[in-house]
Structures are given as structure tokens and as C-alpha cells.
Design a protein around this ligand. Sequence first.
Ligand SMILES: *Cc1c(COP(=O)(O)O)cnc(C)c1O
Ligand code: SF4
Length: 463
Amino acid sequence: MTASLADLAKRITDIVPLKPPVDPASLKHRELVEMPDYRRIPAYKDVSEEQFLDHHWQAKRSITRPDKLLEALKGLVSADFIKDATEGFSHAPMSVRVSPYLMSLIDWNDPYGDPLRTQFIPLRSRMLPDHPKLGLDSLHEREDAPVPGLTHRYVDKALFLPLDTCPVYCRFCTRSYAVGVDTEEVEKTHFKVDEERWARAFAYIASRPELEDIVVSGGDAYNLRAEQITRIGEALLSIPHVERIRLATKGPAVMPQKLLTDHEWFDAVTRVVELGRSLQKEVVIHTHFNHPNEITGITRKAMQRLFERGITVRNQSVMQRNVNDTPEVMRLLVKRLGHVHVHPYYVYVHDLVKGTEDLRTTVATAINVEKHVRGSTAGFNTPTFVVDAPGGGGKRDAHSFEHYNRTTGVSVYQAPSVKPGQFFVYFDPIDRLCEEGRTRWADPAQHQVMIDEAIAAAQAGMR
Ligand SMILES: *Cc1c(COP(=O)(O)O)cnc(C)c1O
Ligand code: SF4
């Protein structure tokens, strides 16, 4: 019967004028590294495949101190790189946590260019001064938090932060500077405090009939114990008006092993999803892949397991310079996510975060990349590119600015269903602007002038 398929293809070519054969490069999203070549790294050269695939081993061997991280790299990278990274860590006092799996996916022959290194290991030589308007946001964050660890910004949804640790710490995360209490002792005391805090968050949610959608985010649901997943899931699902829950975790991108070997955790998540389903409520996982290299054969197996249990997984990426800010890389990421049953949901234009100016891109870059991604795959697998408007406007479609001045890099958004009547301003990184824009930002007296100009232009355009 297989021969007849070839026959059929032959006959079709005889009768129908065919499109030219597919460019094999366009199928690259299906070519995954099945098993990372972790033995290249001296520290893992005697590690068995069974160990490498075990989440306990991955967690235990995750590196949580800059000096340990750099020690593990001795012999792999140049002394100059080590020095650069040492100074990078001392200038960006972020928490460190890198799994052996991540370490094994970085190309240590090109540590400067590697997109995973770029996300987790800061280099002093690459740092840029922070944008002068960074920090505008903080007050509004607090205004939107009725209970510590619960942000109620949008009408019908809230963000609940049950803990402050993650399986990895990312340079681009605002929280990476605050999270990271990792020793056993500290964790215990923190959880006690948390339980009370959780109860207050649940009570608040129960008191607000408009809240239908709860995001359980980070910290990271990967770091919740199985019984904590159950407790949070049952508490939220028992609130009549809560209809949708998302469990947010970066875990699948940095330690897919857990989905294959931590049966207790996996079963706890499954039971919450099934309890939700029996109550006509949706429980899904939101994850966070940023680069196609983060998806391997291990990821595929892990995501297949979730798929077989009927668990929906969506992805939110952060657009980062030299990581995923080109049409080629973003297209490959989006198609590869689809290939492993993950729905690309959002791509965020990078927030203004301390010490990460070298990672940010412009709104114009995001819009251009979006143009190339759209049309490359199914519409429901095509992410929306959003700007999380500083000042609490929430996520806005990057295209929906009222005004955007590409010279000054100032874009103006409105959020009529979140904070009606207000203008929200986002700033492109200064080093990406043309000379005129850079010159104006060099003069502090011009800063407010540029913002006022942009808002006036937005108002004029809306009339
Ligand atoms: C992102 C976010 C949500 C969820 O928003 P969606 O657009 O539905 O994904 C909810 N609350 C806060 C504070 C958020 O930042
Ligand atoms: S895993 Fe998520 S919450 Fe944790 S540091 Fe990374 S981006 Fe931030």
C-alpha cells in the first residue's frame, strides 16, 4: 500500500501544477535535539542518562550561586568570559538558579552569542544604562494589590502569587530581584506566613463576584508541593464565580524532566484539572518558552504526557534582543511550540526592568516580527504581541498605540476597559533610537517635553 502512495503522488504531479517542493528549512521546527549533549560539561561527564532525566537530580544539581556557576564553566569558556560574568552578577544582584538541563543546552563554544546564556547569565560588558523613566510603575502596582500577593487590575481576573521562588531565575523578570529565598530554613518560615496570606487572598477573591479568572503565578507553580497545588486548586474551584484557573510555570522550559518523573506533582495537577472539568471549570497551564533551543525531545515527551491527560498548555514569551527578536527565530519558536502541543498566547515587549536594557527591543521591532509570524501557521497558534503598559494599564496589543514616535521611542496607549481616560506611555531602549532621539534623551530637560508631545499627539489623533 505504501507504493500506491508514491504512485498517487506521481499521478498528482502529472495532472496538477504543483507548488515547488517545500524548503526543508521550513520543517526545522520538527527537528529537535533528542538528548542534550550534557557530558560535554566537565561537571556532568559521569552522569547517567537516567540521572539526567530525573527531576530530583536536576533540582539538586541546579546551581544557585554565581561563583558555583562560574566554577562549573571552568575549562569550557575563556577566563575573560568568567571575569565578564562575575562582574555581570555583581552589577545585577539577581538570584541565580540554573538547572543542569539549561546548562547543557547552552553552546559554550559561543557563550556571548548563545540565546539561553543571554537570558540567565548577565555580562558586565553587555550592560547598558537603565532607561531614565524606569521605575515609573511601582506605585500603581501597589494600588492594584488589595491583598499582598494578589493583583486585581482587570475587571474579571486577578493574579495570585502563592510563593516567591522559581525553578530558575531569569534576568528579564521584575521579580527576579525580589524572589529567591532558597534555603530550606527560610522556605519553611515563608510558607507559614504564606498560608495566612493565601487565606486572605482566597477570602478577597470570594468577596468579589466579578472575578472569574485567576492566574496562579510566580514564583512558579513548579515549586509548589503536590499538596499545595491541591489546596490552592480546591480552594479556588470551590468559589462559585471562579470559572477559570491558570497555573503559571516556567518549569517545562527549564526542567521538563519533572513532568515525566514527579508523578505526585503531575497527578496533583491532573486531579485539579479533572475536578475543574467536573465543575464545568477550566484549569490550564501557562508556560514560558522564549527560544526554540529550549524545546528538546525531552520537552516533547513531557508535553505529550500533558496532552494525553487533556491538559491545555499555553505559552507566554518575552521578546529579548539577540534571543528572539528576529522573524526567523520567532517563527521557529512559534511553530515548534505548536509541534509540542503548546499554544503560543502572548509575546511581551520587554518591560522596563533594572539592569536589562541590553535585552529590550523597540515596539517597532515587535510589530515587524509579528508581521512575519502571522500567516506562518494556524491562527490559533499565532501569539498576540503585547506591551504591558507601565502605570498599570495592563497588556495592550503592541499595534494599538494612539501615537508612536519612532524618533523618541515614546508610544502612548489607552486601556478603556481597565483604566478609562488615562494615557500609558512606553519607552523604547535609547540605544536603539536614531541619533536625534538619542540626543534628546541625553538632555534631561527634554524628557518631560517628549512625553508631553507624545500625549498631545495621541489626543490630537483621537479627536
Ligand atoms: C497578565 C495579567 C493577567 C492575565 O491577563 P490575560 O490578558 O488574561 O492573560 C491578570 N492580571 C494581571 C495583573 C496580569 O498582569
Ligand atoms: S520563572 Fe518566571 S517569575 Fe521566575 S524569575 Fe523567571 S520570569 Fe520571573
